[in-house]
Unconditional design. Structure first.
Length: 208
């Protein structure tokens, strides 16, 4: 039971690092790129809490360096789409029963991790997978997705605070409830931030 109203003020936009010569962020990013290119990655589908490998592998190569193989992803089919739908519906009840403040905390923690521990890896994979330079990746796969996560929480708290006007002798109250069914998000290949943002708010907004 919540014993108070939790408000999330408008956040400041994530600062954009410049990756100048000799900067810490440039050194860290170069190390991440070297590490990412040293391994051939086997990339499964993630359905619910399972890693799914079909054996139908398709090679992943940097558009700017097609001779290099980053790894392989496992191609799915309509049966895997159905499995994903079933997994989403199965998870719906437990996610909706979690208080919105605790759901918001998950997204804020994800933003903090991307801003720190995983920043170089987010940018490095974007550079290799989409042929972006360091600054383009920084804006997209770091700053923009961090801002999406933090601002979505702020907007969520603003939406939940809105209540209808009540006339004399009447008390109107609005309570939000989960969306029916599931949400399918078709994400673009060329923007990491949008690929992360499209599915996420649909999960954060569900409330019992």
């Amino acid at each position: 039971m919540s014993l108070g109203y939790f408000n999330y003020p408008a956040p400041a936009n994530e600062p954009v690092l410049n990756y100048g010569p000799g900067s810490k962020e440039k050194t860290t990013l170069k190390a991440a790129l070297k590490e990412l290119k040293s391994v051939t990655h086997d990339i499964p589908m993630f359905i619910g809490d399972k890693e799914v490998r079909t054996g139908k592998k398709i090679a992943l190569r940097p558009p700017h360096e097609i001779a290099h193989t980053l790894g392989h992803f496992h191609e799915g089919d309509e049966t895997h789409v159905q499995q994903a739908i079933e997994a989403a519906l199965k998870a719906k009840a437990s996610w909706a029963s979690l208080s919105w403040e605790n759901r918001a905390a998950i997204f804020l923690k994800a933003a903090d991790l991307i801003a720190t521990k995983y920043r170089a890896y987010m940018n490095g994979t974007t550079m290799l997978g989409q042929s972006k330079n360091a600054y383009q990746a920084e804006i997209d796969s770091a700053c923009e997705i961090i801002d999406f996560l933090r601002w979505n929480v702020h907007f969520l708290s603003e939406i939940y605070r809105q209540q209808p006007v009540s006339s004399p002798g009447v008390h109107n109250r609005l309570e939000y409830r989960p969306l029916e069914g599931f949400v399918l998000a078709i994400t673009p290949f060329n923007f990491t931030a949008i690929g992360g943002n499209l599915p996420l708010p649909r999960r954060s907004a569900a409330i019992r």
